[in-house]
Design a protein around this ligand. Structure first.
Ligand SMILES: Cc1cc2nc3c(=O)[nH]c(=O)nc-3n(C[C@H](O)[C@H](O)[C@H](O)COP(=O)(O)OP(=O)(O)OC[C@H]3O[C@@H](n4cnc5c(N)ncnc54)[C@H](O)[C@@H]3O)c2cc1C
Length: 447
């Protein structure tokens, strides 16, 4: 939608084909018993580029709320404020954990660069205590693999505090007055995160773009000149695609070479089930999100959307539990009631019993929640990327399109950049796009 808006404003004839019944993808929202809920916990981070933030502000006005972060993380059976705060750590972190972190900061084993992977990079930067208490069990849950089976890039792109020094700076940023801009705060639209995509949608239509919902792209010509969606065909000079890269490769006509299709098969995404519990109570807790890095339960995060937007909804609240999984796991096809019990049992284990009446359980499934950077992903990704980069008339971008662990503001930056890289005939300036791609490589996801 971001690219559609930019291109429509430049006077191009733009058609957006969206498979779902609403825009927004994973960054969308939907209504559940009177409350707009997101596909898992979503925030607009203050690190968003000033230009994009100004556009979002101009579209949302007073609906873009500036909110303090107020979450909790479970560590060795205790709760710590998240994002971490110095005083809270001093008062509530287990002393054995703190002495472990200090010891790790003072003494670092020599790096063995021969076998660099997610585990070795983080162990080198953060030491064993933080890794074994937090990142390693969290990684097993999020990506379903042992940390040693993940590429080092996953640590660089996914862990913003990759060294004890960076982590200390992050903790200090949460102190009011030390870093007034952004520290410990986030932006959130009053009517749910999806309000951002809806605002882009409305602005793009106003600028002349055509947006066709429930339109599944089933084939794309190798030169982008023709896109098929069911029985309809659309001709184009340039196709910008946010379809997951492996899927896009499989949709190309004529078919991509066998080695490209094999690499498309090798790139894997982690799926996620979102379990929503509608409770008959004003509030479950005061916290916006709870983080569960440990192996005790399959849930990684629990959010309470009402605490993000403070939208009035008397006598009712919704919880959203995130369960990363594989589409081959039994849980992927579990019924709503079974999923609801799984979540309430997990919460009870963390001393968060659901005492209120559960009015309704609903589940949503994200087949592509996280790209998995396995040890051989780079070889396959680079092969696909090089091949797709050679196509004249098809440009792949976005979190799914570039197989990147990115935030919404990153994917919007990609959209704006792509729109800028098209000349008046919609031909791509490859040199400029390559420069932008180098910038995208520096994006680090924020939670
Ligand atoms: C659990 C979770 C939490 C997150 N939290 C945050 C957060 O707090 N802050 C943040 O900034 N970001 C967050 N993100 C990331 C954010 O959701 C993405 O950056 C954002 O969705 C943009 O991604 P995208 O547009 O590239 O891909 P997607 O959101 O996946 O959109 C791709 C679109 O393409 C459509 N599509 C796919 N195939 C076809 C087809 N064949 N035909 C037609 N249409 C098709 C899909 O329907 C979808 O609308 C989170 C992501 C997840 C999974």
């Amino acid at each position: 939608m971001g690219a559609a808006l930019q291109l429509a404003r430049r006077g191009f004839s733009v058609t957006v084909l969206e498979r779902a019944a609403a825009v927004g993808g994973n960054a969308g929202s939907f209504e559940l018993d009177g409350l707009q809920v997101d596909y898992g916990s979503h925030r607009l981070h203050p690190s968003c580029s000033p230009r994009i933030l100004a556009d979002i502000r101009a579209m949302l006005g007073d609906d873009l709320l500036d909110r303090p972060r107020h979450g909790r993380i479970r560590l060795r059976g205790r709760w710590l404020h998240f994002p971490l705060k110095p005083l809270d750590i001093a008062l509530h972190a287990p002393p054995s954990f703190l002495t472990g972190v200090v010891r790790d900061g003072l003494w670092k084993p020599r790096a063995d660069h021969q076998d660099e992977n997610f585990a070795t990079v983080l162990q080198q930067g953060l030491g064993p205590t933080i890794c074994h208490d937090f990142y390693f069990p969290y990684a097993r849950k999020i990506w379903g693999l042992d940390p040693t089976e993940l590429d080092a890039e996953q640590a660089r792109r996914r862990v913003s505090a990759g060294s004890i020094g960076k982590m200390v700076r992050k903790v200090l940023n949460a102190v009011p007055g030390l870093k007034p801009k952004g520290g410990g705060r986030f932006f959130y639209p009053r009517h749910g995160y999806g309000q951002i995509s809806h605002a882009y949608h409305a602005a793009a239509m106003k600028a002349g773009a055509r947006v066709l919902l429930e339109t599944n792209v089933s084939a794309v010509n190798l030169d982008g000149s023709l896109v098929r969606a069911g029985n309809s065909c659309f001709s184009a000079r340039q196709v910008l695609s946010t379809i997951p890269l492996p899927q896009l490769v499989r949709l190309m006509e004529p078919a991509a070479p066998p080695e490209i299709l094999a690499s498309a098969e090798a790139l894997r995404y982690r799926a996620m089930i979102l379990v929503y519990l509608v409770l008959e109570t004003e509030r479950f807790t005061e916290f916006d999100a709870h983080y569960f890095p440990g192996a005790e339960a399959p849930v990684t995060r629990l959010s309470e959307p009402k605490n993000y937007s403070l939208v009035p909804l008397p006598g009712r609240t919704v919880l959203c539990a995130e369960l990363p999984c594989s589409r081959q796991d039994k849980v992927w096809t579990a019924g709503d009631e079974e999923l609801g019990s799984l979540v309430t049992e997990a919460l009870a284990r963390f001393n968060l019993p659901v005492r209120a009446k559960v009015r309704r359980v609903a589940a949503r499934r994200l087949p592509q929640a996280y790209p998995i950077y396995t040890r051989d992903y780079r070889r396959h990704f680079e092969r696909l990327d090089q091949w797709a980069g050679g196509l004249d008339g098809v440009l792949t971008l976005g979190r799914q399109g570039l197989f990147a662990h990115d935030n919404t503001h990153h994917t919007l930056a990609m959209a704006y950049a792509a729109a800028e890289c098209l000349d008046e005939n919609a031909a791509l300036d490859r040199g400029r796009w390559a420069e932008h791609r180098r910038e995208f490589e520096r994006f680090v996801v924020e939670d």
